[in-house]
Ligand binder design. Sequence first.
Ligand SMILES: [Zn+2]
Length: 684
Amino acid sequence: MKFFSISAFHTFILSATHYRVGLLLPGASAQAQAQYLRQGREYAAGVDNSFRLLLREGIIDAIPTSICESLRKPAAPQGKNVILVVGDGMGWEMIRAGAIAKKVIDELVALGVDIKKGATGDKATTAKAQFAGRTLDDYYKSGKGSGLSFQELEGFNVITTSTPLIGDATPGNHYGAARSMLGDVEGHDNGMAPLLKDKKGKPLVFDPRDIFKGGNMVLWDDAKGGAYPWDENYFKVADGNQTSKHFDPEFILQHAIDSANSASAYSTGVKSSVNMMGVDLYENPVRTILEEALSCDKSGGVVTSVPILHATPGAFITHTNNRRNKHHLQDGFREVQPTFAMGTCAGIYQPSKELKQSMIDGGLKSSHSFLFQNAAVLAEDFYDSIQDKDPDDGHHVLACFGGEYSGNTKLENMPFRGLDSSYSGRWCSQGSVVKDEDDLPIGVTPTTPPQLCDHWPQNELQNIPHMKENVVEALKFLGKDNNGFFMMFEQGDIDWAAHANSMDDLLGAMLDIDDSVSEIMKWIKDNGGYEKNALYVTADHDHYLTLLPHFPQVIANLIIDGLSHNITPKNNSNVNTWDTAIKAGRHNDNSKKSQTEHLKDFATWSDADIQNVAHFFGPPGSGGNGWGSHSTRPIVMHHQGDDGCLDALVGKGYRVLGQEVKGSTGKVDQVHVHACMMRQLFNL
Ligand SMILES: [Zn+2]
């Protein structure tokens, strides 16, 4: 792959006359003025919204005059409950790894093998014989697949995760740039910067074309990246075979989306850039689907295995140009007040101290239940106090784990259970960067401690409900709302495990999301089915994982031997290869060396490690743990209760700042998902 740079913009100071000018209605009431001002800010000139998208594409006949319209007409059919499940970083190959692991576990359990301890003697011999020669061919090699709860849902689509890219690419083209139409998002609050200008000194106009054609969109290319995430070229390269002419295994390594702007596309239907959430490309706040639900007297909830105001849940609650802007995050939570919020409460990614205190002994005491991890409360009693609470009485629930509520460890994600579901013993992968005499990184040495270590202290696990139990409690509470609800549940640590190249943690997180969706599907069955509920299970972006043909046999043998933690090699380093390579200036290297070869210099798995675990991260040949970052490869969506909305939008384009962006053949985009969720939630 050749490295390219997009021509730099010259940014001059512009006295910012802004979108707010000229919006007020003469003679209107203060309330109408405020409403108009808000609408104006949300849908500034040229900005599209999901209502207009649905109308344009013929999904709806007319836009209702009010979003709450159907609720105000008791005789009209009500919208559905909408449940969005996001496996953060859960690409198609992660789903396949989880599905195979689940099937292998079920089969081993039937053979009497103890998943946590393994088996010995005849039992082990019989089990190993049953899995001898078992390959990916015995499971599935394309499409929807089976093995996990959500793969039983009827609907299936492929989704593009295109991010806008304003101005220069990042060093090494690693992620899309964290830059709005006002420049770098770091260092100022929403809207508090002049507009970017083009070379002629005019305010920059968004160009909806692909970046390779001089535009501002990172669009998907079927020829270079494959028409589907299971494109056979990825496996041909892994086998050392010839690929089709235009296929480039390094194509997906450039300009990835991050979880903030990705989730924001789901929550608002509006595209923003990396690090931005709940705002448009001009940093104007855009109302999220959760806020729309609350405004129509429905409930809105977020459940996550990572911090409550981390990117994915944060994008449904807050409005910020920068996901690390603490006061935007905390102000957002205070202003929106989701009906139910559960996750870890760590660092800046949690409601403020003052707000939590107010739920304990202040003004919010009677209307809010603040539950938190506490050595005196067992997991099974954790939600006892909210059993008779009801959102129709204006009640809210906030549940905090980890962070300041967990001993000395300040853990930021819920306990990883691992492939053996023991919540104990895993390789705590570590590595140290090796530098040359000029202080430039030249390699990485794994320094993983020789003993397995626990993710969470064992004594705290008794105080932590499993993820599926948190999901069940959220559904129980939100489901009491007579007007229905929107809920977003995120298994956020699939992404964290993939960043760390840890298959053990990743498979445990996949088992978690599988269990939780299984509970959601049960709840839907008992509460009106898909006539009354719509369920969407998807990801926010892919990483770069490839399974080798003997993956199923490897999983089975490691479990039988009681060595399942070795599915993550001990040589894993938890040092990001491309970050390190960029620090070494490799992205500016003019030699003939490919990006894959540069990555390999900083990867730490041996060839034997790759064979022993039957998978690798990164482009083939990059060394096993040769990536550890997001990619642009499209993701998949399993769904039911969507009533044909997504299917009708396959291949369609969408608008960014009023400009038409081309759709990708055979796929929908994330903004289409928002439109379809809105349609179901409000019976549009
Ligand atoms: Zn990530």
